[in-house]
Structure formats: C-alpha cells, structure tokens
Design a protein around this ligand. Sequence first.
Ligand SMILES: [Zn+2]
Ligand SMILES: [Zn+2]
Length: 298
Amino acid sequence: MAKGMKAVIVGSGSAVPDPDRGNPSQAVVIDDEILLFDCGERTTINLIKSGINPNDVGHLFLTHLHWDHMAEFGYLVMSTWNCGRRQTLQVYGPDGTEAMVANSIYGTHKADFDFVRGYIRRLPSHITNKPSNDPNVKALDIEVGFELETDTFKVTAGEVVHHQCVGMPSVAYRVESEYGVVAISGDTSPCQGMIDLAKGADVLIHDTAFLDEIIEERQMWSHSGPSGAARVAKEAGVKKLVLTHLGPYTSHPKAIEMGEMYYGPARGPEIWDEIVAKAEAVYDGPVVLAHDALVIDV
Ligand SMILES: [Zn+2]
Ligand SMILES: [Zn+2]
C-alpha cells in the first residue's frame, strides 16, 4: 500500500456464520507496517481482498478470546508459514493468549506443524524462498495499560466492559502514528474506558453488535447498539465513526435462522439505513457502515 495510514475493516460480521460478512477483524496499515486486530473466520481471505498480503502481517493484537475474534488464528499462521512467511508474527492479547497460541500451533496443528517442517527440509537446496524452519510466532499476555511503541506506531490497550465478570478478559486498542489515530473497541458496552481511549481519534471502529431494542430486551449489556456506539464517538470527539460487528439481518435465510435468537426474523435492506440513522441522531460526524474489505484513509 502507499505511504500513509489506513484503517481496514477485514471482517464486519458478528459471531453468527454469515455468507455476507466475515467474523470481526480489522487492520491498521502505517506505511509498510501491517497491524492486525482480531482474527475471526475469513480474516486471511479478506486481507487479500483488502489488498494486503497476509504474509506481511507483523503484529496481531487480540481484543479477547471469544471464538469469533480468533477462530482463524491457526489458519492464518499455517497458511502464511506454508506460503513462505519468514518474518515473526508477534501476537498480543489478554490473559490466555500465550496458551491459545501454543495450543493452536503445537496442539491442534501439531500433525501439520511436523509435516511442514519435514516438507521444508526436503525441498531442493536451490529453492531459496522457502519458509523458515519454524512458524515464527511469539505471544504475549497483556493487560489494560499495555503500550507498544516503535519508530512507526504506538499501540495502547484500554479498558472496556465485555463479560469480564464471567471470566473473559478484554481490551480495546488505540493506534497512533504521525498520520493520525485509529481506535478499535472490540466488543464492549458503551463505556468511559472506550471514550478515554478514543479521545480525538480520526477513526473509531466500534462494536454495534445488536439493535438498541435487543440490548434492552435481552439485557445484552456487554455489547453496543448504534446509539451507544454514537454516544462514545460523540463524547470522545472522534472525526469518523465506523459501525461494525453487524448481524446477518439481510443475509442467507439459514444464517438468519441461525442468528434468530439474537437478531430476530429477516429484515428488509432498510435495516441498514435505520442503524445508521440511529447513530446519526446522536453523533454529528460521518457514520460509516462497515463491510468486509473496506479500506478507509486516515
Ligand atoms: Zn466477545
Ligand atoms: Zn464479538
């Protein structure tokens, strides 16, 4: 990609399998540096659709370990290693991340891990662009307040409200560079921690997992609706709000059937305008409805 900073919605969907949307995942690209945030189902393919070679992802920051945010971790690691990735993939995430990474590579994928290693060794010596001898993944458990600063970017992990009370540690992230600031909520209710983390950001990518009325009816207080996401955007004074983690309201009939407990029956396409209108009623800035492989200039 060209010089500058871009926010990429890799997967814009929810936890319900949806032919129209991949599970949650975002990327922030700063010059040649590619930072991936969450790794839900379809991340690898949607990175390619966004113009990003998955082999070039250097850092993966997980907001939490709900399956929809990390289901494709093993696929990303094995497919990029098999396709010749040599650079280290550094993975950061809340408590449990180091164990997840080790279990994935040396547990779930052990047979293939052994296979690829043996396969690499048997490649003829004149092949010089073969993968490294190891998948080169390092993992680190982090907490709220974690900061990673390089010459190119600074990433800060902030506090959110998402099922911590039942044992799901979660964080949000703020990414700063010389070009601007992107804040990524992961899953959260509208909360002060997110407002503080997103202060003055150019782009806020925020959980809009459910309609306002579903959150009320079902007491889904660990997620946000469009009004709540917009309240965070307004109070943080961000320049643009992107609504993501969207349900399968207008998707394939079987996806709607699967998600009916949370999303209700099939809706007409006007539901998307209704979601945006709810946010616009609260927040004066531009509201963008996410879709897969959406690239936003920062
Ligand atoms: Zn979650
Ligand atoms: Zn989620």
